[in-house]
Design a protein around this ligand. Structure first.
Ligand SMILES: C[S@@+](CC[C@H](N)C(=O)[O-])C[C@H]1O[C@@H](n2cnc3c(N)ncnc32)[C@H](O)[C@@H]1O
Length: 271
């Protein structure tokens, strides 16, 4: 995914931390174990996680035995992250990456799940590059939500809700758009000269949400989270009303994960 040029909504998630926690997909432990193996990450290696949210990936990293330094600017979100720590393996820095002093620290693994595109490339990509130890791995994950469910199609066709639903792709050619988005992002990363993309892969699974879960999911989208509270509430009511007109069943979502593995600048200069 390309870097966002408008980063004004990057701190909006914290206002909807409850909805984010309730409705955003978490990375299943088996999927994370598979991706870490694919990326060549060794058991127990220390991980710098950028933009950890409420721990959608952090839980699985800790569960797999990795000590984690999680950087997360949101106060609510950082607070939730701290509750995940049962063993002292997690350190949480409540800050934007560019504000954290990482001098003297080098990580064999840096991960960012659904967050790398929110970083300021001019300031924070160099921070990531410097945080990677020689031979270190940068693992970027993005979750894309697609749905062919009738209830979601009805939401997408609604003149009020539809324009805000961009994060939940209902287009028949959604996969092609996703592949193009992923390809453009990889090209941008390569072109900037700080990182080299080594490999990428996609993974697909299905999840369901009931009507309440779907309202919470919409609330967790950056564009919706950034709305003034009264407009957000009106939009959520509209989502609930549209869904109430249909059947009260679970709605099916396709969760596509794109994993991108890259190396840092030290490796570029070496080779
Ligand atoms: C879409 S959420 C992703 C959360 C979680 N990792 C996930 O996969 O669902 C993006 C996260 O990046 C955080 N973020 C935004 N700008 C950041 C920055 N400059 N440095 C670190 N984190 C940042 C936001 O607070 C938010 O929690």
């Amino acid at each position: 995914m390309r870097s966002n040029t408008d980063r004004s909504a990057r701190t909006a998630f914290d206002a909807v931390a409850d909805a984010y926690e309730a409705a955003r997909p978490r990375f299943p432990a088996e999927q994370v174990a598979r991706v870490l193996r694919w990326a060549g990450v060794e058991p127990g290696q220390r991980v710098l996680e950028v933009g950890a949210g409420t721990g959608q990936l952090t839980r699985a990293l800790l569960g797999a035995g990795h000590p984690v330094l999680a950087v997360e600017p949101g106060r609510q979100m950082a607070g939730r992250l701290r509750t995940l720590d049962g063993t002292g393996a997690l350190r949480v820095e409540q800050a934007h990456l560019g504000e954290v002093d990482l001098r003297g620290e080098a990580f064999p693994v840096v991960v960012a799940a659904n967050s790398f595109h929110w970083l300021d490339p001019a300031v924070e990509h160099p921070v990531v590059a410097e945080a990677l130890e020689p031979g270190g791995r940068l693992l970027l994950l993005w979750t894309f939500l697609l749905s062919r469910d009738d209830a979601v199609a009805t939401l997408a066709a609604d003149p009020v809700v539809g324009p805000e639903l961009g994060f939940l792709d209902v287009r028949p050619d959604a996969e092609e758009h996703l592949e193009r988005t992923a390809r453009d992002g990889r090209a941008e990363l390569d072109a900037a000269g700080l990182f080299r993309v080594d490999a990428w892969q996609f993974d697909r699974r299905t999840e369901t949400r009931d009507a309440t879960g779907l309202v919470a999911l919409v609330r967790s989208f950056a564009n919706v989270a950034a709305l003034p509270p009264e407009r957000r509430a009106a939009l959520e009511q509209r989502v609930a009303d549209v869904l109430a007109d249909g059947s009260q069943r679970d709605v099916s979502l396709d969760v596509l994960t794109c994993a991108v593995l890259a190396s840092g600048a030290a490796d570029l200069s070496a080779g």
